[in-house]
Every structure is written in C-alpha cells, then in structure tokens.
Design a protein around this ligand. Structure first.
Ligand SMILES: Cc1cc2nc3c(=O)[nH]c(=O)nc-3n(C[C@H](O)[C@H](O)[C@H](O)COP(=O)(O)O)c2cc1C
Length: 178
C-alpha cells in the first residue's frame, strides 16, 4: 500500500472477525513501525503491552468504558510511556513531559502499519484521563512511571468502515497569517 493512500484510507475499526488471530510476526512488525516514530530528543520512551487473552481484553471496559468492542478483538496493544525516560523538565518555573506526545506519534504509526497489513485497529484513549491511567496501572501492575497513553484494539475487520467524504477542510489552512 502506498503511504499517502494508507494515510487517507485508515479508519477506526470496531467490528472484528472474532475467529481470526494476528500472527506474532505481524504484531512485532506493527510495533516495529511504532518504534520508528519521531520522539522528543529521540528518547523513544515507549513500551508496548500486548494482550491476546479474551478475558483480559473484555475486562478493559471496566476501566475505559469505550473499549467494550475489545471483547471480539484479536489483540490489544497498550501503548505506554516511560515518564522517567521521556524528555521532560521539572523546574520551579516550568514542568513538562513529552511522554504522551511521543506515544501518540508511535500509536499513529502502529495504526497505519496495521492498516497496511489489512488489520483493523482503533485508538482508544487512556492518558490524560487520571482514572483510566490508574485503572490500567492497577489492572496490569504497571510501575507508576509507566503511563498508558492508548489502548489500541486490533483485529481483522468484519466489515469495511465507511470513508468520510468531507474530511479535507480548506478553511482550516491559514496561509502566512491567521
Ligand atoms: C485521543 C483519542 C481517543 C479515542 N478514544 C476512543 C475510544 O475510547 N473509543 C473508541 O471507540 N474510539 C476512540 N477514538 C477513535 C475516534 O473516535 C476516531 O479516531 C474518530 O471518530 C475518527 O474516525 P477515524 O479514526 O475512522 O478517522 C479515539 C481517538 C483519539 C484520537
């Protein structure tokens, strides 16, 4: 699949063929693509927790209610940031941490790599929702410096998602001045 075509045709997939699994080689290649994302100061602060166990995937809805369709997924990848490794600053005058941004970029690569393989995926949010972060940390006994950014739900699509016709909005582009 050509890159631009993939970018334009990727859609969130929430209906999966529950009988089909994703090979370990495909999951690893999808995560490889995620690890080639840009990151602040090239810190690459991401970690990936893969779930294929149906009970674990179904239970995600107890911490993030908009993930109920994970029950039919082939796999879930929790994209997490290591906030001790990410580019950050903690001083009196400013505090910031690039973990979420780095992980979001990695997650988009992951979605596109899955799409290129005919695997459907949906990015479901974790950070910055404090209760969801805490719930996932407890559910998977994550260390407190591991901050889940996204619950990416994957599987072979049961049906083609509809393509939008009006995504491109010329009025969102501001040339030279606002
Ligand atoms: C930060 C973020 C959080 C999201 N959380 C959820 C979610 O919890 N559940 C869900 O079904 N989709 C979730 N989505 C997917 C969006 O609903 C989807 O990307 C949007 O409707 C556009 O559709 P498309 O991905 O097909 O282009 C999330 C997307 C983003 C970027």
């Amino acid at each position: 699949m050509e890159l631009l075509e993939g970018l334009l045709t990727r859609r969130s997939v929430r209906q999966f063929d529950a009988s089909k699994s994703i090979s370990q080689a495909d999951l690893e290649e999808i995560i490889k693509a995620a690890q080639y994302a840009p990151s602040a100061h090239n810190k690459q602060p991401w970690e990936f927790l893969i779930l294929t166990d149906k009970e674990k995937m179904s239970a995600l809805r107890h911490v993030q209610p908009w993930t109920s369709f994970a029950k039919d997924a082939a796999a879930v990848i929790l994209v997490c940031g290591n906030t001790e490794e990410s580019f950050s600053r903690h001083k009196e005058d400013e505090t910031w941490n690039y973990s979420d941004i780095d992980c979001a970029l990695a997650a988009e690569n992951l979605l596109l790599a899955a799409h290129s393989k005919g695997i459907g995926a949906c990015f479901c949010g974790a950070a910055p929702m404090p209760k969801v972060i805490a719930g996932l940390q407890e559910m998977f006994t994550l260390p407190d410096y591991i901050r889940p950014l996204s619950i990416v739900i994957l599987g072979y699509p049961k049906e083609e998602p509809k393509q939008p016709i009006d995504r491109f909005k010329q009025e969102k582009i501001h040339w030279e001045k606002w």
